[in-house]
Design a protein around this ligand. Structure first.
Ligand code: F6R
Length: 242
């Protein structure tokens, strides 16, 4: 893994946006894998800025989001569909037909996962995948477990993730307990990966991730096996690295 230590969150966000811009400028119809949560917000706001300055054109860009809560309606303010529209898609010239987010309100989640996998396969996989990391080491919603799933699947969220994400909801009991997430193979097949790690609350898991071992109990440690991963980490999150 290529590790870039950034002075602060602002620098990390600028660097991440720059990498995405270069990817799209090199290949207009790039397939970009997107994450939600707090960490990529700065990156998305930088991308909006670059778009407004005419430095990036999303008209042919294709996106696939990593995950969505289950069960949640698209218009719920905490759905990842809503998040992407509010924080990126509504502010750039992307064709919404080219954006993909699993339907967290599908009656049959397994069918929904299967159709998401088919769309991913038909598009030929992801050129650049953007990741965050959960404080328990999850990527997408691939939670620490004895076994991880290869493809998009329905997953039960751990109590740690539910607790972490309760900050976005009125009550911890309002957080959906399941999610649809791309699997580890879907992520690791991406040609390039950038993982964004920011804040002192990620320092412990960042240190775990960089240990010289790969374990399904820290799903992000599997990125050691990927040939083109860049870790953008700010000084706070890097504070416990050897
Ligand atoms: C969200 C996702 C998750 C988040 C992770 C960190 O689409 O894939 O893995 O990246 O939970 O979330 P934040 O950035 O809110 O700490």
């Amino acid at each position: 893994m290529n590790i870039v230590i950034c002075n602060n969150y602002g620098e990390l966000s600028k660097k991440a946006a720059h990498i995405i811009k270069e990817q799209i400028n090199d290949k207009q119809n790039s397939v970009i894998g997107l994450a939600t949560g707090s960490t990529p917000l700065g990156t998305y706001s930088e991308l909006i800025d670059l778009y407004k300055k005419g430095k990036i054109n999303f008209s042919d860009t294709i996106t696939f989001n990593l995950d969505e809560y289950y069960r949640i309606k698209k218009d719920h303010p905490q759905s990842y569909d809503y998040f992407m529209n509010e924080n990126l898609f509504n502010h750039i010239n992307i064709d919404k037909k080219n954006t993909h987010i699993a339907n967290g309100d599908a009656d049959n989640p397994n069918d929904e996962c299967e159709s998401y996998n088919k769309m991913l396969d038909s598009i030929g996989g992801i050129d650049l995948q953007v990741l965050g990391i959960g404080s328990n080491g999850h990527i997408g919603f691939n939670e620490p477990a004895q076994e991880l799933s290869a493809r998009t699947h329905l997953v039960k969220l751990t109590s740690k993730t539910i607790e972490d994400n309760s900050r976005f909801f009125n009550n911890v009991s309002d957080v959906p307990t399941q999610a649809l997430t791309m699997g580890m193979a879907d992520i690791l097949k991406a040609k390039k990966i950038i993982i964004l790690i920011s804040g002192v609350n990620k320092a412990k898991i960042a240190a775990e991730m960089f240990k010289n071992r790969i374990t399904t109990q820290v799903p992000a440690s599997m990125l050691h096996m990927h040939p083109n991963t860049t870790v953008l980490i700010d000084k706070d999150a890097a504070s416990m690295l050897p």
